[in-house]
Design a protein around this ligand. Structure first.
Ligand code: CA
Ligand code: CA
Length: 260
């Protein structure tokens, strides 16, 4: 009986592990806004990349518990300018968004190109948001700004948006479904200065194109999430899931053996 349960446990582990074994994926920043009050968004990644709620960001509820509400005028969250945010490629950006008006250009989250006040060229790093009733993806690759408007976003409806870039292909997802796939984008995203990861604004220096509405579950990964993983992330991210699947498998297997 013990052997049977052990076998079943291992089978489940293998089934879970083999779907995602590959390049390590590290959770760099994760805001789930479950702290519920105060001016700090706690980073659940373990990296200490906590955010500061600026200019009156309010608390609300979202698809996964607590969320934050932006006034579209000057509200944003500043997560600081850690070098960890300057990801060249192998990146995943995710968020739940609910825009009051999905027409205007609104940045949801990401790392801008630079920390200057000018609209330099390139001017984006890796950022996602809403524009013209679609998901907007902005990514600078090898010094060229790329902008993709894909899928459908309705005003006042919670929608999950995600973006991955592996150094060749830029993919956008709406509600876990691929809506844009742009290959042959060989190159890296470069950054100027020390840009801060921001939520709800294009950049904290340029200010503007603020998000108007609510946002939840902001995540930045150093690594490319698979479609299956993005769909799972929509239900909330377990920071422990950032462990490299192979080592997690080995560790858990070791624990199973030790517990016998
Ligand atoms: Ca405000
Ligand atoms: Ca939440």
């Amino acid at each position: 009986m013990r052997n049977l349960s052990l076998t079943l446990a291992l089978a489940a582990l293998l089934a879970a592990g083999f779907t995602s074994i590959g390049v390590a994926q590290d959770l760099v920043l994760y805001f789930n806004f479950e702290e519920g009050s105060g001016d700090t968004a706690m980073d659940g990644s373990g990296n200490g990349n906590h955010g500061t709620l600026m200019n009156g960001v309010a608390r609300t509820s979202g698809p996964m518990g607590g969320a934050v509400q932006f006034d579209g005028a000057d509200d944003f969250i500043d997560a600081g300018n850690s070098d960890m945010f300057q990801i060249a490629n192998n990146v995943t950006l995710e968020a739940w968004v609910n825009s009051e008006d999905a027409g205007p250009t609104q940045f949801a989250c990401g790392t801008p190109f630079d920390d200057g006040a000018e609209w330099d060229d390139p001017w984006v790093g890796q950022q996602i948001g809403v524009r013209g009733g679609a998901m907007a993806t902005w990514v600078s690759i090898a010094g060229v700004d790329r902008e993709y408007d894909s899928g459908s976003i309705e005003s006042g409806v919670w929608t999950h948006i995600a973006f991955t870039f592996d150094g060749d292909t830029a993919i956008s997802y709406v509600n876990g479904v691929e809506v844009a796939n742009n290959g042959d984008r060989d190159g890296e995203t470069t950054y100027g200065g020390s840009p801060s990861f921001v939520v709800g604004v294009r950049s904290k220096e340029a200010m503007g194109e603020f998000f108007k509405g609510a946002i939840d579950e902001v995540a930045l990964w150093n690594g490319v999430r698979t479609p299956e993983q993005i769909q799972a992330d929509m239900g909330g991210i377990e920071p422990g899931g950032a462990v490299e699947p192979e080592s997690k498998l080995a560790t858990t297997w070791g624990n199973l053996k030790r517990d016998r």
